[in-house]
Design a protein around this ligand. Structure first.
Ligand code: SF4
Length: 324
């Protein structure tokens, strides 16, 4: 694998065919995920980040389709080329999803312990009843839940507890890669922080790499090692978190950071003018050019290519020298 990455995404394209035309929800995204790394992926609603998270596991639903690219999982190969049995084997075991909105992803008529046992029994059928019970208790404890939670139904749990259960299920087989799709959406800010901390501690304990998709840059900055910014289906900047916040290079990244509220700086909150484009009608050239305060002559006609330097990737005509 390239650079020892556990997951390498090359030129991934996910399109929706609709009566009104083709929606390019993910349009040529490339990045790699390193061993033990926490990579955050942020963007406004409709930027394609959740579509991409599901597509990495081939869990996208029609009319979405993979229009191109590859997703190389260490020791497995291209996930896009696996047959149904190959997908069944790697899901949960090697590549696991922590979904957004745990209230909708848990089975409402199954006790928590049975939902945890389901994946373990399917992938590792050797455990007897006592061993399975011990594993479920240990897994609940790992995410900070008491053993008696195993006997409850989802509706008996708070939103934060349900999201911890989703983390417990997603990490029950110690996968090498966790895809966490907006794992704290619909939770209050205190619980968001606690759930993120739980995700971090479990990920570190099992030595997994994690791709966390979200829209809250402040929350993401507290957990991610590197952060990518998506706009209109493209990854426009990717950098170590500290570098991204102290020296953002893409104008969209700059504006996103300026719109994050802080307790320290007394200033008016900035907002980004305009609205993201509908992905069925993306502007020509750089898709951000109608909103960009630094747009200049080539921006409305030429698509900027990704420029890679010092561990950072940025796609913007302001950085043309080493475009490749
Ligand atoms: Fe702005 Fe042009 Fe850079 Fe796009 S390519 S972000 S329009 S300066």
């Amino acid at each position: 694998m390239k650079n020892g990455a556990v997951l390498t995404v090359n030129d991934l394209r996910v399109y929706y065919d609709t009566p009104a035309g083709t929606v390019k929800a993910v349009d040529g995204v490339s990045f790699d995920l390193r061993p033990g790394e926490r990579l955050g992926l942020v963007g406004e609603s409709g930027s394609g980040k959740s579509t991409m998270a599901l597509a990495l596991m081939r869990m996208h639903k029609p009319p979405a389709r993979i229009a191109g690219g590859e997703v190389l999982l260490d020791g497995v190969g291209d996930v896009m080329e696996l047959d149904d049995e190959g997908l069944r084997r790697i899901r949960l075991d090697r590549l696991a999803l922590v979904p957004q909105g745990a209230m909708n992803s848990l089975n409402p008529v199954m006790r928590i312990r049975d939902q945890l046992a389901d994946g373990i029994r399917t992938h590792e059928p050797g455990d007897d009843r006592d061993a399975l019970t011990a594993r479920i208790r240990a897994q609940l404890a790992r995410v900070g839940l008491d053993a008696d939670v195993g006997g409850k139904f989802p509706h008996e749990l708070s939103g934060g507890m349900k999201q911890r259960v989703a983390i417990a299920i997603g990490t029950s087989l110690s996968p090498s890669v966790i895809i966490a799709d907006e794992p704290t959406s619909a939770l209050d800010v205190v619980v968001q922080r606690q759930v993120m901390e739980t995700l971090r501690s479990v990920q570190e304990e099992i030595g997994a790499s994690v791709l966390i998709v979200g829209h809250d840059m402040g929350l993401m900055a507290q957990i991610a090692d590197r952060m990518g910014v998506m706009y209109a289906g493209k990854l426009v900047e990717l950098a170590p978190v500290h570098d991204l916040f102290t020296n953002p290079q893409h104008p969209y990244t700059r504006l996103l950071i300026e719109s994050v509220p802080t307790l320290m700086a007394k200033r008016a909150l900035a907002s980004i003018p305009g609205a993201p484009p509908t992905l069925i009608n993306v502007p020509p050239g750089c898709p951000f050019h109608p909103r960009c305060p630094r747009a200049f002559e080539p921006c409305d006609s030429e698509v900027p290519l990704p420029m890679s330097q010092n561990g950072r990737v940025v796609s913007c005509h302001l950085y043309p020298e080493e475009a490749a």
